[in-house]
Design a protein around this ligand. Sequence first.
Ligand code: AMP
Ligand code: MG
Length: 336
Amino acid sequence: MKKILLFLLAFCLVLAASCAEAPKEYIAQITAMDTTASIKVYDAKYSSVADECAELLIKLEAELSVTLTGSRVYHLNKNGSVPVTEHLKALVSISNSVSSATNGAFNPCIYPLVKLWGFTVNGENNVPSDEAIREALIGVTTSQLSLDGNNALISNGGQVDFGGIAKGYAADLIRDNLKAAGVEAALVDLGGNIQTVGTKEDGKLWNIAVNNPNGDGYVCILSVGETAVVTSGADSRYFIGNDGNRYHHIIDPKTGYPADSGLLSVTVVCENAAIADALATACFVLGVDDSLAVLEKFDAEAVFVSKDTVSFTKGLENKFTLDKTVEGEYKTVIID
Ligand code: AMP
Ligand code: MG
């Protein structure tokens, strides 16, 4: 009898072990580009690709960071020119194309103003004098970023800051790497920059929540296929000045002050993540009306959140669901 019981116990253990499922998902996490990034693959056999993508963020940061001594951008800002890499070259040309399409609302040469307001890695936030802003503005508006053969150039002692586009660019590369390795479902989160890859295992759409910039929780859910969903908001980085006013990190290159278009956040949905990132920053500066033609030009859609209204472009009509917790808090408008 004892032998039979032992045999049954052993049998059950073997059965339990064979039934235990291999882990299905894997998340690679890393702190890079001033954010905590996560790359989640829905099949753990792709864990090493996810890890490699996380490492890629460190490499990109070393190349593109404005503050890391020795980065390409650091040298560009110091010397006015630097030999390009594939990534720097791509960023110069995408930045310039979004800059000209947005009439300069996205300006990659914004760094003197970003520095002045203290929105750098170790910067101290303070409200600059009008005179200091005027001076920095001259540098921002007169400098031009360009490519000359294998060099990136910045004129007039200007200074580049790719903070408004680099995470999006990284998301494009990560998506391409994951897909090239055969990944069929992944969710990449680079702090406000979401990139989906494929569809979820059951073929369902991804539900991406958009933060409520007016408070806690979410303002809406966007149900999307493979795309970038990028949010720029007044709530992600800001300080309260001695005057009691709130100052956030997206600067209007026309005034030198934090953008004041009446928006609290803009979320852009676009196939190209670098474009989505740059457009989110630019649309936040431009406001709803001036953003629409630009979004159309880049085949992008957007959700705009202000104090009391959530408006979204027509292409999101079947993808948008207002979060129940904010019903009554916001008027919802579809922009036709
Ligand atoms: P994002 O969160 O993508 O909107 O990027 C904000 C960051 O982009 C800031 O922290 C600055 O580094 C930079 N930035 C601020 N204003 C602008 C602007 N008007 N155009 C381009 N980059 C900007
Ligand atoms: Mg951006």
